[in-house]
Write a protein that binds this ligand. Structure first.
Ligand SMILES: NC(=O)c1ccc[n+]([C@@H]2O[C@H](COP(=O)([O-])OP(=O)(O)OC[C@H]3O[C@@H](n4cnc5c(N)ncnc54)[C@H](O)[C@@H]3O)[C@@H](O)[C@H]2O)c1
Length: 378
């Protein structure tokens, strides 16, 4: 039986708790930790967990035998909490974003190597049937290699969203919509496309006059294959129409699923390739639905990895790649020049100190409230 502790009992911890209790034969939540003990009590009562409650991590480690922690605290705390747990030999599932900088990711990966315990970074969107099916079909190259890829990570958040005490600052949130909302699509993008050769980007704050950070970014990725990717991240888009579209040599495929395949007429104008569209649609429909989706799917994956001694789908190295793309988007947006991959340690957006020194403060952060957002959303 895998003994689990949840650290940080705010908004997203609910999804972790709901997922763990779906697997009662494999794991048990034995402890809850939050600097605000009232929050641990509330979740303990609501889910009848009968867990031990702690207001600090070290006391948990000293007093309780725990095999796995879910870290559900704000981003600026992820590095220290992860390293403390790994040093104590505890497996870690850490919420996105992995950390506030690549240097912090490197420290986490080094701690993971020494400890031998598992480190997984939350990427709940990989664990969705349509996304897994899209990835499988892209990898099959039935539609041909990708020529152009597009991800629109469009969300909408009102001004007060940035009044939560840790949001809206480079110091505590670590960035704006690119880091905290776009992270989902950027992770999927790098999973499907691999790492690019370079990126050029624009970052702006269009509407959130109470936040230091960006509320919109547009990045153009160049790949060594010659293909191009564009990623837009936003919290100013009404309707939140999120999508990923892959223009492959023979067809367009996307999330949400849609296919369009063109053949060339003798004069170069398009004619539909209905046979290929049928083949791609059949491949998509034949993909078996995942038994567990989103956080539940990822927690199932982590439990399996612990039980079988294998790697989780999203390990620390994968989490770091996503943060490297985001760090480069910020550096390019601030410097107005392309950034090459891999980023090197001497680059301004490699360290937290460098980010804090170089980031653009679009506006002054004003609010400092504590409120509950809608469950399950970023
Ligand atoms: N995967 C997703 O879809 C998703 C969705 C929402 C949030 N998140 C991520 O989850 C994390 C938490 O976000 P949230 O919206 O739940 O925030 P939140 O503010 O609702 O909850 C954070 C909790 O952590 C506690 N905390 C802060 N510092 C702590 C420490 N040092 N030790 C113990 N507890 C501490 C706070 O008291 C609070 O209860 C962030 O990294 C966020 O980006 C992910």
């Amino acid at each position: 039986m895998i003994k689990v502790a949840i650290i940080g009992l705010g908004n997203i911890s609910r999804l972790h708790i709901q997922a763990y209790i779906k697997f009662p034969e494999r794991c048990k939540i034995v402890a809850l930790v939050d600097i605000d003990l009232k929050k641990t009590q509330a979740y303990n009562d609501e889910f009848n967990l009968q867990a031990k409650l702690f207001s600090d991590l070290q006391t948990l480690i000293d007093r309780e035998k725990v095999d796995l922690v879910s870290i559900c605290t704000p981003p600026f705390t992820h590095k220290d909490i992860t390293i403390t747990c790994l040093k104590a030999g505890i497996h870690v599932l850490c919420e996105k974003p992995m950390a506030s900088s690549l240097a912090e990711c490197d420290e986490m990966l080094a701690a993971q190597k020494v400890s031998g315990a598992l480190l997984s970074i939350v990427s709940n969107n990989r664990f969705r049937t349509p996304i897994m099916a899209l990835k499988r079909i892209l990898d099959s190259e039935v539609a041909g290699p990708v020529v152009h890829a597009q991800a629109d990570s469009f969300w909408w958040r009102g001004l007060v969203y940035y009044d939560l005490w840790w949001r809206g600052t480079w110091e505590k949130e670590g960035g704006g919509c690119t880091l905290n909302h776009g992270v989902h699509h950027i992770d999927l993008f790098q999973w499907m496309m691999g790492m690019p050769a370079s990126v050029s980007s624009v970052i702006v704050n269009l509407m959130h006059s109470n936040a230091e950070v960006e509320d919109y970014s547009l990045a153009i990725f160049n790949y060594s294959s010659g293909s191009i990717g564009t990623v837009s991240c936003s919290v100013v888009h009404h309707g939140e129409e999120q999508k990923m579209i892959f223009q492959c040599e023979k067809a367009r495929i996307s999330f949400p699923w849609n296919v369009y395949a063109s053949d060339s007429m003798p004069n170069g104008f398009p004619v539909k390739n209905k046979a290929l569209e049928k083949q791609l649609n059949e491949l998509y429909s034949a993909f078996p639905p995942l038994e567990h989706e989103m956080h539940e799917g990822q927690i199932d994956d982590v439990l399996k990895a612990i039980q079988n001694g294998t790697s989780p789908l999203v390990d620390g190295t994968e989490g770091r790649k996503t943060l490297e793309l985001i760090s480069a988007i910020y550096q390019s947006g601030v410097s107005n020049s392309p950034v090459q991959f891999p980023m090197t340690k001497d680059q301004p957006f490699y360290t937290r100190e460098g980010i804090l020194k170089n980031a653009i403060r679009f506006h002054r952060k004003t609010g400092a409230t504590e409120f509950k957002a809608s469950p399950g959303v970023v």
